[in-house]
Write a protein that binds this ligand. Structure first.
Ligand code: AMP
Length: 188
């Protein structure tokens, strides 16, 4: 397993959590296209002890009573969102790619490097005033996160936090989302 930045791992939950994530991520060059270094977190998901530590750490960071619902971004965000929701005893709302939701949905389109993507959430997904913690696996340019946060607010949720396991700091996603706070367990 490739251990990235194991000596100087940094993140918003401290060096120990950052090191844990760094020790369970695989760097896959040129996936899904040439020039992209894909950060594969499947080894973290597959390690029960490490995954539990990470999930408990996310709940502790925001406080067990700090959010009323967890929003997961398709598809790897679902893995994290469901676990965090279960640990905190709250529900989970999936934000899906276009055309997957069976009922009336809000949708938002945003620009990708090549082309456009659309995300959707059910119109009745949020109870008014419910505080939503949004989670995903990786923050890159922030386009996906920005669109999701807008979508949640449009659907009546109040975004109380945004957490990722890994942030590619050099791509400026955090700055793009400002002043909304970003919580990244590992920043590379
Ligand atoms: P972005 O909108 O550029 O912040 O991209 C974030 C979304 O794309 C997240 O849902 C990630 O799962 C995925 N993603 C983007 N870049 C990477 C990468 N280098 N490694 C793994 N996932 C990535």
């Amino acid at each position: 397993m490739t251990e990235t930045h194991s000596t100087a791992a940094r993140g918003d939950s401290g060096p120990e959590a950052a090191r844990l994530v760094a020790s369970r991520v695989l760097d896959v060059p040129d996936f899904p296209q040439p020039g992209v270094l894909f950060k594969d977190l499947m080894p973290l998901f597959a390690d029960g002890k490490a995954f539990r530590e990470v999930v408990d750490g996310i709940v502790a960071y925001h406080g067990r009573d700090g959010f009323d619902v967890v929003v997961g971004i398709e598809a790897r965000g679902f893995v994290v969102a469901a676990a965090v929701a279960y640990a905190a005893g709250v529900g989970v709302v999936p934000v899906r790619k276009a055309g997957k939701l069976p009922r009336v949905a809000h949708s938002v389109s945003y620009a990708l490097e090549y082309g456009e993507a659309t995300l959707e959430v059910h119109e009745d997904a949020f109870t008014a005033g419910h505080r939503a913690l949004v989670v995903d696996d990786v923050l890159a340019t922030g386009g996906t996160a920005e669109a999701t946060l807008d979508l949640v607010e449009r659907a009546g949720g109040t975004v109380t936090g945004f957490t990722v396991l890994l942030e590619l700091g050099f791509l400026g996603g955090r700055e793009r989302l400002a002043p909304r706070p970003v919580h990244a367990l590992l920043t590379v």
